[in-house]
Design a binder for this molecule. Structure first.
Ligand code: TLP
Length: 344
């Protein structure tokens, strides 16, 4: 039985077009800035995101961490949502690398408003760290793929600017947000100084993310990438797949969103599980296990034994993510296998 893998869209495998592009990629030494395929990818990504420049980085984590290093100095304060990836899943990089202090915003389904920001404001004082940067996440992973609209981000961004903060967007799944809202990615990236987007999630490239921003910031980002060990050589092999991801894989995300909806609507009806359908806006389904006799890790193990892999992200939190390696038939089959396992 082939397992159906709904743990994450990071599990996607490269398409035949990507493998062909990789095999044929023109390459050079990217640390010297001489890899034509990397240069092309960075230019196309910058254009798509409406920024002057972009930098190809090995991972989303490195892209976010470089952004923190760019915008802050040791001891500064970074404002970010309490469930954000940068806070939860980047191995404490905030403290370990940029050496900044997080100030958490307790959002509602991953989002927050101007009032939440204003509530954090303090008059400058010798005792206080300097607030320097606000980070947003679109789509919001732990909230279940929730989308921030341009209007929502713009309001918050304007308030952040009034408070003297720079702005970084963790857009690991920004293309999902753009497709869901039917807007251009540049439209959603516009209010931010820097934006990170991933090629290796729903877009199915094997490796890589991009950090985009002004020419000056990205030039500095290049130095940080080198320091962190992310200066790659004939990286055009990877960038070639990234170009296919940007050119061919964005529009199909809509299919993943439809599949997530199908999964969510059925799971929401099972006694002992809860799904807030208002959060199912893209390719992530967040399920809360409410029955008392079963916790999320045990349920996930039960599903896995039945041939469906999901993520347990907390004692009561299960996450399912749809992606291009899960077809409509796979969705039905996954539901059949989970239904049987759940009833057992
Ligand atoms: N998220 C992964 C895990 O790290 C949790 C996943 O399976 O969803 N920002 C956001 C919003 C992300 O979801 C991720 C990856 C990253 C950044 C980091 O990207 P990578 O994995 O390329 O370092």
């Amino acid at each position: 039985m082939r397992p159906i893998d709904l743990r994450s869209d990071t599990v996607t495998t490269p398409t035949p077009a990507m493998r062909k592009a990789m095999a044929e990629a023109e390459v050079g030494d990217d640390v010297y800035g001489e890899d034509p395929t990397v240069n092309r990818l960075e230019e196309e990504a910058a254009d798509l995101l409406g920024k002057e420049a972009a930098l190809f980085v090995p991972s989303g984590t490195m892209g976010n961490q470089i952004a923190l290093l760019l915008h802050t100095r040791r001891g500064d304060e970074v404002w970010l949502e309490a469930e954000s990836h940068i806070y939860w899943y980047e191995v404490g990089g905030l403290g370990a690398l940029a050496q900044v202090q997080p100030r958490l915003i307790f959002g509602d389904k991953g989002k927050f408003g101007v009032k939440d920001l204003e509530a954090l404001h303090e008059a400058p004082d010798i005792h206080r760290p300097r607030p320097r940067l606000l980070c947003l996440e679109n789509t919001h992973n732990r909230a279940g793929g929730v989308v921030w609209t341009r209007e929502e981000t713009e309001e918050v961004a304007a308030a952040a600017r009034r408070l003297g903060l720079a702005l970084h967007l963790d857009g690991a799944r920004l293309f999902n947000a753009a497709v869901a809202l039917k807007v251009k990615p540049s439209h959603l990236a516009a209010p931010f100084d820097t934006v990170m987007v991933s090629l290796s999630k729903g877009l199915a490239a094997p490796v890589g993310s991009l950090l985009a921003g002004s020419r000056e910031l990205i030039q500095e980002a290049r130095r940080w990438r080198k320091l962190l060990g992310g200066g790659m050589r004939q990286a055009g092999i990877l960038a070639a797949a990234g170009l296919v991801a940007l050119r061919e894989m964005v529009d199909r995300l809509e299919e993943d969103h439809r599949h997530a909806r199908i999964l969510a609507e059925e799971l929401a009806a099972w006694p002992g599980l809860e799904v807030d359908l208002s959060t199912v806006q893209t390719n992530i389904v967040k399920v809360t296990v409410t029955r008392e006799d079963l916790e999320a890790p045990a349920l996930s193990a039960r599903f896995e034994a039945a041939g469906v892999k999901v993520s347990a992200l907390g004692p009561r939190f299960i996450r399912l993510v749809t992606h291009k390696d899960v077809s409509r038939e796979d969705v039905d089959e996954a539901l059949r296998r989970m239904r049987e396992a759940y009833r057992a």
